[in-house]
Design a binder for this molecule. Structure first.
Ligand code: BV8
Length: 222
């Protein structure tokens, strides 16, 4: 059986990393257009780097939880599991997962806006950090902002077309194109399952398992 799993901020919530749209989520405290768009970065790179430096420190200081580890066990126990995440933290990898598809980029990586070179980000980063490849001082986080094209879309489309089961874990299903994956998979005949604190959109998935990810994901994987 081929499975595509899409995770969102909810799988890292119990590791202490904030979500975006829950009651005290990131987008309730920051203006998304100022810190998660290329226009915001062009206007005020220092503000955007401060936003991501704070989140990078949280991510580096956080530990993977039982849900991350359960998905790694699932990957190890069977072939045909594609793990796609909207998250930019590396908790899936530190929880033992392999081949994680980061469609929104990774907070642990830096990107040169001049030559597209990518490298391991320092804990604290600024726009004037020189690119190790071209020397330019146009460094940004390797993050897909709103209005930018997510990474690995071809690979994801192929996996969605071939899967028998699509599972969305800890995502509000509000950001596209990720939010459309459930319909895409269902259109190819896959069964769809949501694992979330509560249903994100009743009727959107064939099945819903509710409860905190550190309990519901290990129970589903077992
Ligand atoms: C693009 C940056 C062109 C990284 C992010 C239709 C088609 C295509 C695009 C659009 C479209 N309509 C609108 C658009 C534009 C836009 C968009 O979707 N806007 C929204 C606001 C309407 N999309 C884009 O701009 C994308 N690019 O469109 O390119 C294109 C066109 C066609 C086809 C392809 C491409 C770029 C989107 C990426 C933007 N970058 N972040 C960062 O800073 O982290 S998005 C941001 O939201 C994060 O990446 C995050 O991962 C993502 C989704 O949020 P969630 O992970 O779901 O988190 P949220 O807080 O919302 O929900 C938390 C969930 O967890 C809840 O359900 C909660 O119940 C649950 N939970 C909480 N605690 C627990 C739990 N579950 C279990 N256990 C718990 N303990």
């Amino acid at each position: 059986m081929r499975i595509v799993i899409l995770t969102g901020a909810g799988i890292s919530a119990e590791s202490g990393l904030g979500t975006f749209r829950d009651k005290d989520g990131l987008w309730t405290r920051y203006d998304l257009s100022e810190v998660a768009t290329p226009q915001g970065f062009a206007r005020n790179p220092a503000l955007v780097h401060a936003f991501y430096n704070a989140r990078r420190a949280n991510a580096l200081d956080a530990a993977p939880n039982a849900a991350h580890r359960a998905l790694a066990r699932l990957q190890g126990a069977r072939a045909g599991v594609t793990l796609v995440t909207q998250n930019v933290d590396d908790l899936h990898e530190r929880g033992g997962a392999r081949e994680v598809i980061h469609m929104h980029g990774q907070i642990t990586r830096a990107l040169c806006a001049a030559c597209d070179h990518r490298w391991e980000a320092p804990r604290v980063m600024g726009r004037d950090d020189a690119c190790p490849a071209c020397g330019e001082r146009m460094t940004r986080p390797d993050i897909v902002w709103f209005g930018e094209y997510p990474y690995h879309m071809d690979r994801i489309a192929e996996a969605l077309a071939a899967c028998d089961l699509f599972v969305a874990i800890g995502t509000s299903g509000e950001v596209y194109p990720a939010a459309g994956f459930v319909e895409e998979a269902a259109g190819f005949g896959a069964e769809t399952l949501e694992i979330n604190l509560e249903p994100s959109a009743p009727g959107r998935f064939d099945r819903v398992i509710t409860g905190p990810a550190t309990r519901s994901v290990p129970a589903w994987v077992a």
